[in-house]
Design a binder for this molecule. Structure first.
Ligand code: OGA
Ligand code: MN
Length: 211
């Protein structure tokens, strides 16, 4: 599972910067199994992802072109993934007092050419998504294939803070309502798991941007 030193670094970087990029975040074997499942066993279950702003989720490929399928823990590898993320949830609560209550996640597949325009994962005060996580499942990904995650400043939507290549085993964690971010189109299939730690506020009736 997670090492204490690693958890301390995640917590301190999150509190200083609001985001953190981790390489080799999880055991190699788990990464490989997740990558295999994303590309094979789950293939029949992907659906076009929706976008929404407090209404019904709509599908609009000019905004986002990925296909998603939610993880429910129904396979041993999904259950192991959820155990790791549960341990992370508890560790972050201990260190940052965030009151994170639950975690939800989906596999995402961006076919060549698919992208996700700049967006926030939560609208301030109107969502219970607190922390976003993205975990990349692309073995031997090459820089010239594109598909970067662009993370922008909360103060200036045009100021690029970080360009993250979707390398195998890399995890990005960031405050959901703070950083505008986008996914650039790639020339190859791009697989990841997007997840959100939530607080338990039942008064949030809004549908999140990417429900
Ligand atoms: C998302 C998202 C980023 C990525 O699913 O909301 O922003 O790098 N994903 O896949
Ligand atoms: Mn997002």
């Amino acid at each position: 599972m997670w090492q204490d030193a690693q958890l301390n670094r995640i917590a301190s970087t999150l509190s200083e910067c609001g985001y953190v990029v981790l390489d080799k975040a999880l055991p190699d074997e788990l990464c490989r199994q997740l990558a295999y499942e994303a590309r094979n066993d789950m293939q029949a279950y992907y659906r076009e992802a929706g976008v929404g702003r407090g209404g019904l989720p709509l599908q609009d490929k000019n905004i986002r072109g990925d296909q998603i399928t939610w993880l429910s823990g129904q396979t041993p590898v999904q259950s192991e993934w959820l155990h790791h993320m549960e341990a992370l949830r508890v560790a972050l609560n201990e260190r940052l007092f965030l009151g994170l209550f639950s975690f939800e996640s989906h596999y995402a597949h961006y076919a060549p050419g698919a992208f996700y325009q700049k967006h926030l994962d939560a609208f301030r005060g109107r969502s219970n998504r607190i922390l976003s996580t993205v975990f990349y499942l692309n073995e031997a990904w090459q820089s010239n294939w594109g598909g970067e995650l662009g993370l922008y400043s909360e103060h200036n939507q045009e100021e690029l803070l970080e360009k993250v290549e979707p390398m195998f085993g890399r995890m990005v964690i960031f405050l959901s309502d703070t950083f505008p971010h986008e996914v650039k189109a790639a020339s190859k299939d791009r697989y990841s798991i997007a997840g959100w730690f939530r607080v338990n506020s039942s008064d949030s009736k809004q549908i999140d941007p990417n429900a």
